[in-house]
Structure formats: structure tokens, C-alpha cells
Design a protein around this ligand. Structure first.
Ligand code: ADP
Length: 750
């Protein structure tokens, strides 16, 4: 606007000058005006252009300003944010610092208050941290403080007698302790300081090269340990003393019991009136129960002391069961209770079990079955119920037709000292320990025991065991029946017995006929003449003698085998050749096959009758010579009376020395050797005899009043063939003779 007015003013001036030089100047003026006008236009254009540029510049400037403002405000807010962050960071830093301080303080205090020593050594093995407990171990050595080297500390321990070095020399100990630190894994080591404290050093190498050493205080622990060992020793000594006391007591009681029971048994067999017999029987039975009680208590106290160790060996299971039944047979015979064994034909492999313990279990179960049964039978059945990875699962059941046990009492009877307190039971003696012991043995063998029973009907006790089989061990000699024997007539009143025998014979292809008495037998004979007759000694309707005569009439010459509950009474029949063989009931399958008739090639096996021939010396004398070494006169008497009636020559010796001398003079076939004797005991005598010419193989049967298993093992270890525990029973004695006398010995009286 100001520029416009300026231009106008200049134009006005030009017009006034023009008027003065109007003519001349008119053209010039006109040109000038034109020039001016052009200039004006140009200036105006330039002005416009400049204006435009200015505007554009201003526009771009304003843009820039806006952008810069925005940038500025962003920067400002960033700065603000950073400012906030900075203060947060410093707050956090402060808090972290405080926390670190606190943790450090806590850690230091904790390390300081530790009762265990704690120390850190740097990579140069210089002590850089140690709590008071650590330094206190070296309290008498002020140089042990921060800055000391590890090696110096070890040297102080070794050379200043600070640590007990046991068998180490100080130099070796220092070397051992130093090399320990360089090992890849540092094992803990126990240090016993001579000032009384003991520590377990647990050292670790940290990642930065430091060594962290923890000295656990084990002083108290070692004290407790020593006390515990002392207490254990005292307890073991007490248990030992208890066992020794029990063993001695049992020995002391058994020795006179041998006389009492033996004499009472012999007395019963003499001519007595009813009243006298009753008294003698009561003495005999009470004596026997007393022995059972002693055995049970001795056994129980041993098990209580945790001494139930099993010694599995290869056994003949059928024979083991049979032996137990034969041993208990006299008790069953007295009550006319039939004893039957049913052994699974297919259990042929030799099996492994602790024979002694298994016998103990069976003796208890079969003994109870006989004790609680007044009539009927006791049937022992062994069946294989399946194969396992290592052997066979075997069930052995003992079934009786006795008084039975109520449901309520069935669980109780397996616990210690429990007996059924009912009218029916009152008359039976016992400790109530037998089944508890049996249960423990079965459990130790990894097996199970159970009972099924009905009052007034009977009981069935069962055990199931997994027995390892030993297929590589020499299998039992299997004898087969001579193929010429096609049919067997079984005459017996006992249905179960008959059926079991019949089933087993049928399984071998033999035709069986059964009968209960001579009339029925004759009817059977009429149908088919049997090749052999198996006759039960205990027939109810007629005496076996009568049946024998009938058989001789109807099937003359047919061999008759008699199944006997009383073997001795059958011997005269054998001598008279009225029977071909007599077998004790229950029968071993092999014995039955041998008695009925085995093929020629099995005759040697049959002759061995249970004991390997190699271990049986040849019979040397026509009449069996038996030597019995025993210092106690009563026992000598009982022994000789028990063997009375058998065909043998008995010589007595009063001590081991005499026994050795008698052995050399007489060369006996069997020796019975008491263990506790004056001058020379049974062990020494056995060893002396074994060392003499011809003494290595003579059967020596030890007799002892010690019933502890360990003691029996010690006796077996001197080389005896068997051990009998006192009081001796007639059945055991005869069985031992039958088992060990030379093959072919005839014990029957002339
Ligand atoms: P005990 O020495 O008294 O026979 P056990 O532990 O062997 O002790 O038996 C405990 C009880 O179980 C016996 O007293 C008897 O009441 C009962 N019992 C065991 N076996 C039989 C059985 N076969 N028949 C009936 N009762 C039995």
C-alpha cells in the first residue's frame, strides 16, 4: 500500500515536469512513461513473483515451524518420559540395593550362627571367608584366620596333633588331603579333632575357582552311633544269653525226659491191667506234650529273635512228606485213623526247599490233624498248580475228619498262644504256638497258609509254595511197573485210599479191581483173575488173616502185598511167605511199584529203597551189629528196650573213647552216638572213627538233647549221617535204622 502511494507521487512529479517541457519532452516523456509503465509492470510482476515466493516461503516456513513444533513437543514428552523412567530406575536401584544388603546381612548372620563350619578359599587356596564354627575348630591356633593358606591349615592339623590321623603318617595324610582337593569329585572326609569334636568335610569347587568347605559337626551323631552299637551289642548278648539259657534248659530237661518218655512207652507195651495201662499212657502222653512244648518255645523264641534263615537244598518232596507221615503214623494207628498220601504223579522234577523247615510245617499240620481227629482219615495231598519262571507252584493240603474249627476261631488260630477254648478242645494239650510258628515259616518261604473247616465235619489246612525246580539235578529214579502186571485187586475198607491207589495204577495202564472183604474179592476174582493183590492190614469186617486164607484158596500163588499200619506185626506173615511184601502206610509210590513188581532193570533201584546205594555200605554181618555210645544208664536202658524184638546185636559204649575202641573191635554196621559224653564227646569220637580204616562210610547217627538248629548243624558238620533229638521215640529209632542199615538187612526178629 505504501509502495502504491510512492509510485503515484512519482507520477505526479513527472506530469509537472512534462508540462514544463511539454513539446520536447512529450515524446520522451511518452517513451519514458511507456518505459516506466513497462518498468512498472515488470516491477509489479516481480513484486508479484516476489510476493508469491514470499508467500510460498512463508508457507513452507510455517510448515517447518509446525513440524518442528510437533517434533519439539515429541522430544519434550520423550524427555519427560525419560525423566520419569530415570527416577523409577534409581528408585528400583535403591530398593534392590537395600534388598541385597538385607540378604547379605541375613546370609552373613546365618553363616555366623551355623553350628557347622563354613569357609571359602579363593582360587589360590587362601581363606577368604570363615564362620566362627569353622575357626573354632582351630581355636588354639591364632594364625588360622582369614588370609591363611589351605595347606598351612592341613599342616597344623597333621603336625600339631590337632587331628587324629589313625594309621596315616603326618606326611602321607597331608599329601592325601592336598590331593583330595585336586580330584575331579571331592569325596567327603571325616576328621576327628583331638579336642573331642568330629566333622565331616564336604568340599566343593565353585565355578569361579573358589573352594567352598562345609565342616558338618558329626560329634553327636558319632556318640549316638557308638551308643547304638553298644546297645545293639548288649541286646544281642542278651538274646544270645536267652537262647543259650533256653538251649541249656531244653537240654537239661530233655535228658531226663528221654528216660521218662522212653520208659513210659516201654511200660505201655508190657502186660498191665487197664488202670496201670491208663497211668502209663498218661505219663507217656504228658511227656510227649512236654517235649512238644519245649520245642515250640525254643523255636518261637528263636524266631522272635529274627533267626529264621532258610537253607534251601534239593529235596525229594514226596519222600519228605512221607517221612513226616511215617513218623506220626503210630499216633494215627493208636486211634485207627487212616493216614493217606496223595502225591501228584506229574511233580517229577527235583525241587528246592529248606527240608528241615518244611518238615516242621508238615509235622505241625499233620500232627494237629491226627490230634484233633478221633476217627476217619487224615489225607495229605501235594499237587502242582502251575509252573512259574523258576519252578512250580505247589499246594499241599492236610485234610482231616476231626472236630473242625468254628468260623470265628479260624482267623485266631494262626496267632501266638491261641487255642480254641471250647468243650471239644479242652482235652487236647498244646501251646497254641504251632500254627503261629508254621505261619511264620511259610511266610519266610514266600508262601501262604489257609484253613477251611466246618465244626464236627473236619478241617483242611493248606499251604501254597513256589518251589524252585532243579531239572539239571539228577532226577529221582523213576521205577515203572512190570508190563506183565495187567490187573491189581485192591482190598481195603478205605474208599479214599482205594481210589487214590486205583487212580495212580490206572494212570500207568493197569486195570484195577476193588473190594472191601473176601466175599467181594471173590466176586471180583471171578470176573478177572488179578496179577497182584494189594491188601489193607486194617480191615473192619474180617481179619486180614482170614482174607489171606481166602485168597490162597481162590487165587493160589498170586503175590499179595500188604499195606500195614503196624509193620512189625506183618513180618511174621512175610516169613511164612503168606505175603510177598509188607509196606508201611502211607506208601511211597516207588515202594509200592517195587513191591508189586518192577522190571528186572529197575530191581537195583528198588533195592536202594530210598537211600542212594553209593552211600550205603555192604552188609558185613549176618545179624545187624549196632553200637550205641551213651553215658546215661537210663538212656542206655530205654534204647535197648526200644530195639527189643528186632534182629540185631547191640553193643553199648559209655563214652567216645570206648566207642572208638568198640568200633575197631566189632566193625558195627550202624553207630548211634550220643553227643555229650565224658572223656571224649560224640563229635570227637565221630571224627576219630571217620579217620580210621573202614570208618569213613559207617553210618553214624548222632543223638542229642540239643534241639537248636545251629547246634544240629554243628553236629552234622563233624560228619554224622543224621541227628536224632532226644527224647528218642521208638518210631524214629526204627526209621533211622531202616534208612541207614546196609541194604538188604533184615531187622525182623528170628
Ligand atoms: P496247639 O499246640 O495248641 O495245637 P496250634 O497253634 O498248632 O497249637 O493250634 C492252635 C489251635 O488251632 C489248636 O489248639 C486247635 O484249637 C486248633 N486246631 C489246629 N489244627 C486243628 C485241626 N486240624 N482240627 C481242629 N482244630 C485245630
Amino acid at each position: 500500500m505504501r509502495k502504491d502511494s510512492w509510485n503515484q507521487k512519482r507520477e505526479t512529479n513527472q506530469v509537472m515536469s512534462f508540462q514544463r517541457t511539454f513539446s520536447d519532452d512529450l515524446a520522451r516523456e511518452k517513451r519514458a512513461r511507456l518505459r516506466a509503465e513497462r518498468l512498472y509492470e515488470q516491477v509489479q510482476r516481480e513484486l508479484l513473483a516476489a510476493n508469491e515466493r514470499l508467500k510460498a516461503h512463508a508457507f513452507s516456513l510455517s510448515h517447518q515451524v509446525i513440524a518442528q513444533r510437533e517434533e519439539l513437543s515429541a522430544v519434550r514428552s520423550l524427555a519427560e518420559a525419560l525423566k520419569g523412567q530415570h527416577s523409577q530406575v534409581s528408585e528400583d536401584l535403591h530398593a534392590a540395593h537395600s534388598r541385597a544388603e538385607l540378604a547379605n546381612t541375613r546370609l552373613r548372620e546365618a553363616v555366623e550362627t551355623l553350628i557347622d563350619g563354613f569357609a571359602v578359599f579363593d582360587a589360590n587356596e587362601v581363606l577368604i571367608l570363615a564362620n566362627p564354627a569353622y575357626l573354632d575348630l582351630f581355636h588354639a591356633f591364632p594364625e588360622v584366620r582369614l588370609g591363611i593358606r589351605y595347606q598351612r591349615m592341613i599342616e597344623i592339623c597333621a603336625y600339631e596333633d590337632l587331628v587324629s590321623l589313625e594309621d596315616w603318617s603326618p606326611d602321607d595324610w597331608v599329601e592325601m588331603m592336598m590331593s583330595r582337593w585336586t580330584a575331579a569329585a571331592i569325596d567327603p572326609v571325616d576328621l576327628h579333632f583331638t579336642h573331642g569334636r568330629s566333622v565331616r568335610l564336604v568340599d566343593r569347587r565353585a565355578e569361579n575357582g573358589d573352594f567352598v568347605s562345609l565342616a558338618n559337626d558329626i560329634t553327636k551323631m558319632l556318640e549316638y552311633q557308638t551308643e547304638l552299637i553298644e546297645a545293639q551289642k548288649r541286646a544281642e548278648a542278651a538274646a544270645e544269653a536267652k537262647s543259650a539259657f533256653l538251649a541249656n534248659m531244653s537240654h537239661e530237661i530233655r535228658t531226663p525226659m528221654n528216660g521218662m518218655v522212653g520208659m513210659a512207652q516201654l511200660l505201655v507195651e508190657t502186660d498191665l491191667n487197664d488202670e496201670q495201662r491208663n497211668y502209663a499212657e498218661t505219663i507217656s502222653k504228658s511227656g510227649e506234650s512236654l517235649v512238644t512244648i519245649i520245642n515250640d518255645i525254643l523255636d518261637f523264641s528263636n524266631m522272635d529273635a529274627g533267626r529264621l534263615e532258610l537253607r534251601p537244598e534239593i529235596i525229594d518232596l514226596e519222600k519228605t512228606i512221607h517221612d513226616v507221615m511215617i513218623m506220626l503214623a503210630p499216633a494215627a494207628r493208636d486211634k485207627r485213623v487212616e493216614l493217606i498220601l496223595d502225591y501228584d504223579l506229574f511233580l517229577a522234577d527235583p525241587l528246592k526247599a529248606d527240608q528241615g523247615r518244611l518238615r516242621q510245617v508238615l509235622t505241625n499240620l499233620v500232627g494237629n490233624a491226627i490230634k484233633f481227629t478221633d476217627s476217619g482219615y487224615v489225607l495229605v495231598r501235594a499237587i502242582g498248580v502251575g509252573n512259574t519262571a523258576h519252578g512250580h507252584m505247589i499246594n499241599i493240603t492236610v485234610e482231616d475228619t476231626g472236630i473242625g474249627i468254628s468260623k470265628a476261631n479260624q482267623d485266631r488260630i494262626f496267632t501266638e498262644f491261641s487255642q480254641v477254648e471250647e468243650m471239644a478242645n479242652r482235652r487236647f494239650e498244646g501251646t497254641g504256638l504251632g500254627l503261629a510258628i508254621t505261619r511264620q515259616i511259610v511266610a519266610a518261604m514266600g508262601g501262604q497258609i489257609w484253613v477251611e473247616s466246618e465244626e464236627g465235619i473236619g478241617s483242611c489246612f493248606g499251604i501254597s509254595l513256589e518251589l524252585q525246580s532243579e531239572p539239571d539235578a539228577s532226577a529221582r529214579d523213576i521205577v515203572r511197573l512190570d508190563p506183565s502186571i495187567r490187573s491189581v485187586l485192591i482190598i481195603s475198607d478205605h474208599l479214599i485210599s482205594r481210589e487214590i491207589i486205583a487212580r495212580r495204577l490206572q494212570a500207568t495202564g493197569v486195570n484195577t479191581l476193588t473190594a472191601t472183604q473176601i466175599d467181594a474179592s471173590v466176586r471180583q476174582i471171578a470176573k478177572s483173575r488179578p496179577d497182584r493183590v494189594l491188601l489193607d492190614q486194617d480191615l473192619s469186617a474180617a481179619a486180614a488173616d482170614v482174607v489171606l486164607s481166602g485168597l490162597a484158596e481162590h487165587v493160589p500163588g498170586t503175590p499179595v502185598v500188604m499195606m500195614c499200619s503196624n509193620l512189625l506185626s506183618a513180618q511174621s506173615l512175610r516169613r511164612e511167605k503168606r505175603i510177598a511184601a509188607a509196606l508201611p502206610k502211607p506208601m511211597l509210590w516207588r515202594d509200592l511199584v517195587c513191591a508189586l513188581g518192577a522190571p528186572e532193570h529197575d530191581s537195583a533201584t528198588c533195592a536202594q529203597a530210598g537211600t542212594p546205594a553209593a552211600s550205603r555200605p555192604e552188609a558185613q554181618h549176618e545179624v545187624l551189629r549196632v553200637l550205641y555210645a551213651e553215658d546215661n544208664r537210663t538212656n542206655q536202658l530205654v534204647f535197648s528196650k526200644m530195639l527189643k524184638g528186632l534182629k540185631l546185636d547191640l553193643t553199648l559204649a559209655e563214652n567216645g573213647r570206648q566207642a572208638v575202641a568198640r568200633f575197631q573191635e566189632l566193625r558195627p554196621d550202624v553207630i548211634f552216638m550220643d553227643i555229650s559224653m565224658p572223656e571224649m564227646d560224640g563229635r570227637e569220637a565221630t571224627q576219630a572213627i571217620r579217620a580210621l580204616p573202614g570208618g569213613a562210610h559207617v553210618p553214624i547217627i548222632a543223638c542229642t538233647a540239643h534241639a537248636l538248629r545251629d547246634e544240629i548243624d554243628r553236629i552234622m558238620a563233624v560228619g554224622v549221617n543224621a541227628v536224632l533229638t532226644k527224647p528218642l521215640s521208638k518210631a524214629e529209632l526204627i526209621k533211622a535204622l531202616q534208612d541207614h542199615a546196609p541194604a538188604g538187612s533184615d531187622l525182623t526178629s528170628p
